[in-house]
Design a binder for this molecule. Structure first.
Ligand code: GLY
Length: 350
C-alpha cells in the first residue's frame, strides 16, 4: 500500500499517478462537503481529471448505507466503468470506506485510490484495506478487506479542518503512540493542540501512518497483532453508541480518547502499566477532550454495548490492553466490576 505525503500540488501528483495506473476511465467519489471544499484542489489545471465523472453521496456516517453504495455502483455502471477503470475516493473515512467497498465489488473489483481529507482518515481509515458500510443498525457490518492502489496524504486539507475534527483524528495518533514507544508518546503529549505547528503535525502524522502500516503489514486480516489497533475502542465504541442513543452524538476520536482513559486504567490495574504514565495521559485527554456526560445509571447499557462488539470471541469482551507503552496485550478478559471501575475513573475527572 504505497502512501505518499504531499506538501505541494495534489493535482500534479495525482496526474502522474493516474498516468502510471493508466485506467480507461476515471471516477471521483465525493460527499456534499468534499465536492465543494476539496474537489477544486484535485482538478485545478489537471485536464485528465477535469474529464472524470464525479459521483456525489451525502456527507456523514448516516449516509454510509446500502442506498449510497447502490448509487455509486449505478453511477459507475451508467458512466461506462470497466474492470480497467479507476475510482478516486476523496473524503473522510465514510467516503474511503464506502468507496473502497464499491470499488472492491464492482465487476468483482476495480482499482481505487484514497485521498483522505480529515486527520482521522489520514492516520486511520484511508490506509489498511478495511472497506464497508453500516447495515441493520450496525457500524461497518458489511465490507471486505481490499487494499487501495495508493493513499495520498495532502496535509494542506488540514489547514481548513475545524478544531473538533482535528482533535478527533489526534486521538487515533495518541493511540498509535501508546502502541509504539515512550518517545513517540512523550512527543504526542507535548504537542499543543491549541496553537498548531503544522510542520510538527506533519512529522507526527508521518510517524502515526508508519505505526499503522507496520501493524497492518504484519497482520492485514486482523488475526492477531492488528487487534492492537482496537486499544481504546472497546469502551470508546460503547460510549459513542450511548451518545448516539441519547441524541447527543460525539465525534469518534473523542469517544476513543475517553475509551483510552478507561482502558489505560484497566492496563494499570491488571497489566502493570505505569500509574504515572496513566495519570499523564489522562491529564492530556481531560484537558483536550473534556469529559463525557454520563452517570452510573448508564453503566449496564455501556456494558451491553461492549458485549455486542463484533470483535468479541466466545461471548467474552475482548480488550486490548498495555503492559507498558509499546507492550501490547491482546485478548484480555476482565470482570464486569473492573469495567465499571474504569468508568468510575472516567467520571472522576468530570
Ligand atoms: N481502524 C482499525 C484498523 O484499521 O484495524
Amino acid at each position: 500500500m504505497p502512501i505518499s505525503f504531499l506538501t505541494k500540488s495534489l493535482a500534479d501528483h495525482l496526474s502522474r499517478l493516474v498516468g502510471l495506473i493508466n485506467p480507461d476511465r476515471v471516477f471521483v467519489l465525493v460527499d456534499n462537503n468534499t465536492r465543494r471544499l476539496c474537489l477544486p484542489r484535485l482538478v485545478e489545471g489537471n485536464t485528465q481529471l477535469a474529464e472524470a465523472k464525479v459521483i456525489t453521496i451525502g456527507a456523514t456516517d448516516s449516509h454510509k448505507t446500502l442506498e449510497s453504495l447502490a448509487h455509486v455502483w449505478q453511477s459507475l455502471s451508467e458512466g461506462g466503468a470497466t474492470r480497467h477503470s479507476l475510482l478516486i475516493n476523496l473524503g473522510g473515512g465514510m467516503v474511503t470506506d464506502l468507496g473502497g467497498f464499491a470499488a472492491a465489488t464492482f465487476k468483482r473489483g476495480i482499482r481505487f485510490v484514497n485521498i483522505p481529507t480529515t486527520l482521522l482518515s489520514m492516520v486511520d481509515a484511508a490506509a489498511g484495506g478495511k472497506t464497508g458500510i453500516n447495515f441493520n443498525g450496525l457500524k461497518n457490518e458489511v465490507g471486505c478487506f481490499c487494499e487501495s492502489e495508493a493513499v495520498i496524504v495532502d496535509i494542506n486539507f488540514l489547514l481548513t479542518l475545524d478544531q473538533q475534527n482535528l482533535r478527533s483524528g489526534y486521538a487515533e495518533m495518541l493511540k498509535h503512540a501508546l502502541l509504539e514507544s515512550e518517545s513517540m508518546w512523550a512527543e504526542h503529549l507535548r504537542f499543543d493542540l491549541e496553537n498548531l505547528d503544522y510542520t510538527e503535525l506533519l512529522n507526527l502524522v508521518n510517524q502515526s501512518v508508519g505505526t499503522k502500516q507496520r501493524i497492518v503489514s504484519a497482520d492485514p486480516h486482523e488475526k492477531g497483532l492488528r487487534k492492537a489497533l482496537n486499544l481504546g475502542h472497546t469502551v470508546g465504541h460503547a460510549l459513542e453508541s450511548l451518545a448516539l442513543e441519547k441524541g447527543r452524538p460525539v465525534l469518534h476520536g473523542y469517544a476513543v480518547a475517553w475509551g483510552l482513559l478507561c482502558e489505560l486504567y484497566l492496563s494499570a490495574k491488571h497489566m502493570g502499566f505505569s500509574t504515572q504514565q496513566l495519570h499523564q495521559t489522562a491529564a492530556f485527554i481531560r484537558q483536550n477532550y473534556g469529559s463525557f456526560d454520563f452517570s452510573c445509571q448508564d453503566y449496564e447499557t455501556l456494558y451491553d454495548y461492549m458485549q455486542h462488539d463484533k470483535k468479541n470471541l466466545g461471548g467474552e469482551i475482548n480488550f486490548t490492553l498495555l503492559g507498558g507503552i509499546g507492550d501490547i496485550k491482546l485478548n484480555c478478559h476482565l470482570t464486569k466490576e473492573d469495567v465499571f471501575e474504569s468508568l468510575d475513573f472516567l467520571r472522576e475527572g468530570a
